[in-house]
Design a protein around this ligand. Structure first.
Ligand SMILES: Cc1ncc(C[n+]2csc(CCOP(=O)(O)OP(=O)(O)O)c2C)c(N)n1
Length: 198
């Protein structure tokens, strides 16, 4: 499990926990520059998700920066699209795009917009930003994998406010035994919004 060379199946690099902590610190540093450059942004959520972003992009998810559309890659869906810079930094630290580019967000024509756009930047799975949509999209992506006999995993990054929106509310979360999210427990990992969503 990690960054892979999709052509050979070899692992590109094995990151230790210490290296992941260092990567998260570096990503936070870049994010502070980015926040300053833009003069605005959701600082709290962006900075607090960075450990998870470093772990996901560098060690947990199986994907290949040299082949972002690799069909067996794990999918990471940012339901909290307003944390886009953390997504960009996750991609950048994994080698999908240059780190330096990410600190100049929201410029006209730039792929690093305030909310992620999947057609603008390789590695962005889904355009998000309207809270409450990511979980249902992630379920669809996980279901497609199951129906197609794929073994990729789907991760969904959520926030508290995000998980309270109607489309990711009780009908999707359900209860522990019957809700669709729990039934997809092995292929869909949702983060951050799990607390309080029984
Ligand atoms: C449907 C919708 N309503 C409102 C907003 C505006 N908005 C952007 S971020 C945010 C707060 C999100 O809170 P949370 O999901 O807990 O994220 P975190 O605080 O962890 O960044 C709101 C209300 C939005 N993006 N989409």
């Amino acid at each position: 499990m990690a960054l892979k060379n999709s052509a050979t199946g070899e692992m590109r690099r094995a990151y230790s926990i210490e290296e992941l902590k260092d990567a998260a610190k570096l990503m936070r540093g870049y994010d502070l520059i980015s926040l300053n450059a833009a003069g605005s942004g959701h600082a709290g959520g962006r900075l607090s998700i960075m450990d998870i972003a470093a772990a996901l992009y560098l060690r947990v998810a199986e994907h290949d920066p040299a082949n972002p559309d690799w069909e067996d890659r794990d999918r990471i869906i940012w339901s909290t699209g307003h944390k886009a810079p953390s997504l960009y930094l996750g991609l950048a630290i994994a080698g999908f795009c240059p780190l330096e580019d990410v600190v100049l967000p929201c410029k006209l024509g730039s792929p690093y917009q305030g909310h992620p756009h999947w057609l603008k930047l390789p590695g962005v799975e889904v355009s998000t930003g309207s809270l409450g949509q990511g979980l249902s999209t992630a379920l669809g992506v996980a279901l497609a994998g199951k129906l197609n006999g794929k073994s990729y995993k789907t991760f969904c990054i959520m926030g508290d406010g995000d998980s309270r929106r109607a489309r990711s509310g009780r009908r999707l979360w359900g209860d522990r035994r019957q809700g669709p999210v729990w039934r997809f427990g092995r292929s869909l990992g949702a983060d951050q919004g799990i607390r309080g969503q029984r």
